[in-house]
Design a protein around this ligand. Structure first.
Ligand code: IPE
Ligand code: MG
Length: 224
């Protein structure tokens, strides 16, 4: 979800107004993803490096996350959406952590779509923590994927990423699910996140479906 700040500046608004607009987009995209039959949707809301932003912006974002979780919980429940937070939780304000736990248990039975919101998330830190948890044991690829899910409180079974859509025009992963994206299809869109809509999501999914995924195999092997 990149581009809230730039979108706000371009419209003569404060960065917080941009994040508010980003929340409205997130709400629309979650509902659109449910309609499109997406199984798991992960929204990258706050990376571990985002703690380095001005403290006023960080505080405003933490407040926004808490308000958003409280506001969206009922809607998720009605739509059959299971909502979980991906990332380490020990550095979140305790009020937010408490809300996260409440919303996760409230929506735990949602089976139409799993919505993961990545907050204080860093793929590299997760890999370090997962490697430490291995304690020298040999671990398979699937085993490591499970370990990563465990260190970031993710639901089991852990999944690999099929498609990454990054708004805001930048073409990079910014420490997002680096292990799970080994064979992810990447799509970079120019629109800022507050401008991204259900039609853009439908186009992204159509683009994804048109791609030929080979996972290292030769084209004729994939065809058969
Ligand atoms: C994305 O918007 C949301 C968060 C990282 C919280 P940005 O805040 O990165 O917006 P830009 O990149 O400055 O436009
Ligand atoms: Mg940004």
């Amino acid at each position: 979800m990149d581009g809230n700040g730039r979108w706000a500046t371009a419209h003569g608004l404060s960065r917080s107004a941009g994040h508010e607009a980003g929340l409205r987009t997130a709400r629309d995209i979650v509902e659109a993803a449910v309609r499109e039959g997406v199984g798991t949707l992960t929204l990258y809301a706050f990376s571990s490096d985002n703690w380095k932003r001005p403290s006023a912006e960080v505080t405003a974002l933490m407040r926004l996350f808490r308000r958003a979780l409280i506001g969206e919980a009922k809607r998720c429940l009605q739509n059959g959406v299971r909502l979980t937070i991906l990332g380490r939780r020990d550095r979140l304000p305790s009020s937010l952590r408490h809300t996260v736990e409440q919303v996760e248990s409230l929506t735990a039975s949602g089976s139409r779509m799993h919505l993961r919101v990545a907050v204080d998330y860093s793929a590299r830190d997760a890999m370090l923590r997962a490697a430490a948890a291995m304690r020298g044991e040999n671990v398979t690829r699937d085993g490591f994927t499970e370990l990563l899910a465990r260190v970031d409180h993710d639901a089991m079974p852990a999944r690999e990423v099929d498609l990454v859509v990054r708004t805001g025009g930048e073409q990079r992963l910014s420490d997002f699910l680096l292990w799970e994206c080994a064979y992810a299809e990447l799509l970079f869109v120019q629109k800022m996140w507050p401008e991204f809509d259900a039609e853009d999501l439908a186009e992204a999914l159509a683009d994804f479906r048109s791609r030929n995924r080979r996972f290292g195999l030769a084209p004729e092997q994939v065809a058969s």
